[in-house]
Design a protein around this ligand. Structure first.
Ligand code: FES
Length: 145
């Protein structure tokens, strides 16, 4: 291999590796939580569940996921500013479980996508996701099932 060809090849590998690392970071899926309370069809989650500490620094998560008893699929809770949106992760096309990412929920079965408000952004699904009424105070988030 000549020098020029070697440099071209190694640069392409470096750029590809960097792009792949960025893509993987952007596609990071949910933090599953099990520490919530459920009583009288109301779920209570501590707001602190949206905070993780990585290398000594606090980081805010865009969403978390939890699986209440009695529901077939998990609920993804998204935080936008000071608002919370609770979405049922059952695809409205044929009922597969969606995967929740930072910016979207994606169906592994036929590729439907929903935004973090639960609206369809890509078919074949035609109906928005089921949502749950959500309120919050200084400490907790409350989801009405
Ligand atoms: S079940 Fe989700 S796209 Fe078909």
């Amino acid at each position: 291999m000549e020098r020029r060809e070697f440099i071209k090849t190694t640069c392409a590998v470096c750029i590809g590796t960097t792009a792949l690392a960025s893509f993987i970071a952007a596609c990071k899926s949910s933090k599953y939580i099990s520490s919530f309370t459920e009583e009288n069809k109301k779920i209570v989650i501590k707001k602190s569940e949206f905070v993780i500490v990585k290398r000594g620094k606090e980081k805010q998560l865009s969403h978390i996921t939890l699986k209440p008893a009695g529901l077939q699929f998990p609920i993804a809770v998204y935080k936008t500013g000071n608002e919370y949106k609770a979405l049922y992760t059952q695809c409205t096309h044929q009922g597969c479980e969606l995967t929740a990412y930072d910016a979207a929920l994606v169906c592994p079965c036929h590729g439907a996508e929903f935004n973090t408000r639960g609206n369809v952004t890509q078919g074949p699904a035609e109906t928005d996701l089921k949502t749950f009424a959500t309120t919050h105070d200084n400490e907790n988030i409350y989801i009405q099932l």
